[in-house]
Write a protein that binds this ligand. Structure first.
Ligand SMILES: [Zn+2]
Length: 385
């Protein structure tokens, strides 16, 4: 049996004490020191940055735990910076302004309290709220790391999950207004996401009407709307992802999705949003939906397979020929004559790509175990696998 590590997160608000604020500020300064050292010495690996930076952090009177965490965080930031520069994106040299501390060392949770190492034998204690306590008391889970800001405390926790023996797969195609699912039993399902788009465009209109020229007021109001909007969309996406994953778990079906870059084709003109807004919101909500489906599926032991978003909506699922768009989102194949809804075609193409990565027949196991019925997978007339 395969075990996979599944990770989830829970967060709460809290009031930081003087000590926590001091630690957060120390961490921010250490992080910036490490970034500067890394940029000067042009190092990228954790090991070489540790060798270069650790000694230079000796002026900080914090536990060595936090020095290691700062170095490791800086390594990640430097790596992203280098990647962005290589792609010739306009990038500012990284510098940490926000107070944020991530650590995985020496954490203890006892009696509804987080014990955070601070000085030898003098931990900082932070009270957990009821929700956090409940979540973290689930059996078989272990807290892997925490992140602190000056108002939020979040926990990443994990458990080992036995991977489910799959009976089939579900391909998911993401669109601006809907999600379309196609599975190996030939079932097709569609989730309406028009509501998410409406919420987004409503708030978009509020933002667009905003005329006051004070940058700070503007920013704070935009942030407020952004938060409200995200909460509403998040709620909607949570319901959809929950339903999909529970359904998949019941059927013992793995999930196939396109890789992130697939959102590019969602940046369509003519849906009443400005280009910047359209790109950012679509990007966010589809990544969010993908993130939710992925962590919920993994938590239940369902594998998630990503495939390359390679013309899944423009190629005929039967013969691979280019499709021509017709009315009402239908597509027609000029080669074999197939007439099909573009989203269903895309979902089935994604499913077929997933089956190439993850063929379902497992002959060795099937022979030693009960004689399983032969599985023939049909994707609308085409045999796959
Ligand atoms: Zn065709």
């Amino acid at each position: 049996m395969w075990f996979v590590r599944a990770v989830k997160a829970v967060w709460q608000h809290y009031h930081p004490s003087e000590e926590v604020l001091w630690l957060l500020e120390q961490f921010r300064q250490m992080l910036n020191d490490c970034i500067r050292i890394g940029l000067e010495a042009n190092v990228t690996s954790l090991k070489s940055l540790s060798l270069k930076a650790y000694g230079q952090l000796k002026g900080y009177e914090v536990l060595s735990y936090y020095k290691l965490c700062a170095i490791s965080k800086a390594t990640g930031i430097l790596r992203n910076y280098r990647k962005a520069k290589r792609r010739a994106k306009p990038t500012k040299e990284p510098y940490a302004r926000r107070l944020q501390l991530g650590t995985c060392y020496g954490l203890k949770i006892k009696g509804g309290i987080l014990w955070l190492p601070f000085k030898p034998r003098q931990p900082i204690k932070i009270l957990l709220n009821r929700h956090t306590r409940k979540v973290l008391s689930e059996p078989d889970i272990a807290v892997r790391s925490i992140t602190l800001t000056n108002s939020r405390l979040s926990f990443a926790y994990a458990k080992e999950v036995a991977e489910i023996q799959l009976r089939g797969l579900i391909g998911i195609d993401r669109n601006l207004d809907n999600l379309t699912l196609a599975d190996t039993e030939g079932e097709v399902e569609r989730f309406n996401l028009v509501k998410a788009t409406i919420i987004k465009s409503k708030y978009g209109a509020v933002k667009a009407r905003f005329r006051r020229n004070d940058v700070r007021v503007r920013r704070s109001i935009f942030q407020k709307y952004g938060r409200k909007e995200r909460n509403k969309v998040q709620h909607l996406l949570n319901n959809v992802s929950k339903h999909i994953v529970e359904d998949a778990k019941g059927k013992r079906f793995g999930i196939v999705m396109e890789n992130l870059t697939g959102i590019r084709r969602l940046y369509r003109k003519g849906n009443g949003q400005g280009p910047f807004y359209r790109g950012r919101m679509n990007g966010w909500s589809f990544r969010e939906l993908q993130r939710q489906i992925e962590y919920k599926a993994r938590w239940k032991g369902l594998p998630v397979i990503y495939v390359r978003p390679h013309s899944t909506s423009s190629r005929c699922l039967r013969c691979g020929h280019r499709l021509l768009p017709e009315e009402n989102r239908m597509m027609k194949c000029l080669n074999c004559g197939l007439m099909i809804d573009r989203d269903i075609n895309a979902a089935k193409n994604i499913l077929a790509l997933g089956l190439r990565f993850r063929p379902l027949a497992q002959p060795v196991e099937a022979m030693v175990q009960e004689p399983a019925p032969a599985v023939i997978l049909k994707v609308d007339g085409c045999e796959v696998g």
